[in-house]
Ligand binder design. Sequence first.
Ligand SMILES: Nc1ncnc2c1ncn2[C@@H]1O[C@H](COP(=O)(O)OP(=O)(O)OP(=O)(O)O)[C@@H](O)[C@H]1O
Ligand SMILES: [Mg+2]
Length: 291
Amino acid sequence: MKAARGSAGSGGVVVPSEATASSQVAAPSGSAGVPDARPLAVEIDGLAFAYPDGRQVLFGVDLAITRGERVAVLGPNGAGKTTLMLHLNGILTAGAGSVRIEGMPVAGPQMREIRRRVGLVFQDPDDQLFMPTVGQDVAFGPANLGLRGPELADRVADALSAVGLAGHADRPPHHLSLGERRRAAVATVLAMRPDVLVLDEPSANLDPAGRRELAEVLGGLDLTLIMVTHDLPYALQLCARSVILDQGVIAADGSTASLLGDEELMAAHRLELPFGFNPRHVLTDSGGAMP
Ligand SMILES: Nc1ncnc2c1ncn2[C@@H]1O[C@H](COP(=O)(O)OP(=O)(O)OP(=O)(O)O)[C@@H](O)[C@H]1O
Ligand SMILES: [Mg+2]
């Protein structure tokens, strides 16, 4: 579904003249018709963004995520998913509209606090690993927060063992396989103990056991989780709610099971379930048995 595109807004981006053309598939959170009273962890209003070369990617994204929710962000290649994620801790800043984390605008003097609260695992692990050893990479963030000595060592050990990389602390990141580097990148962020964990395609390049082990780690975390993924069974397993981002707008928002079960919607946004996978015949960590 295409977004309504309107007049040029501030920062050289085009913003929708009216509400975006997103379709609400089901109540995003809370049970039928009951408003959710939990505070918002993430609040995105009318976010539009163009890269410096003039290419506009986001056209008015509205998204509210309550504290403790787990939300998958689905959508085809080039939809703007990574671009949207990079706005959550201020790596990119809104051309128009606003992003708030726990009520704080992602801008200005709060940026340091925002970066402490929002942990972002990049799509490419090599963007996250830059120190001589894996252990130093994982220690980098907590050390910046002032942790030292045994407290810092414990953080590093906990984070590495959570992703199945205990014993790899002294290895240079470039000696790790891609799957191992991805897990190391997750560890660098877990070591920060963030309130909001944002993962860009966390299961890519993991072997089946590594994928399951990471799901167990993520499923056990008590925080707000936002996960961009093309791995639709992973979304169903870990996230009760999903949104579809397509052409820079939220095209659908609802329970993951209802979205994945809507063949027309899926086809409209180039989403395809793996061969033989039926979302109605699986058990999930997030929602129990499918109807
Ligand atoms: N630095 C950049 N400068 C200009 N255009 C960019 C830049 N980064 C990304 N884009 C463009 O923005 C659009 C959205 O890219 P983005 O990486 O957000 O998509 P995505 O939904 O994450 O895709 P994928 O599923 O392939 O990871 C693409 O058309 C891409 O070519
Ligand atoms: Mg991406």
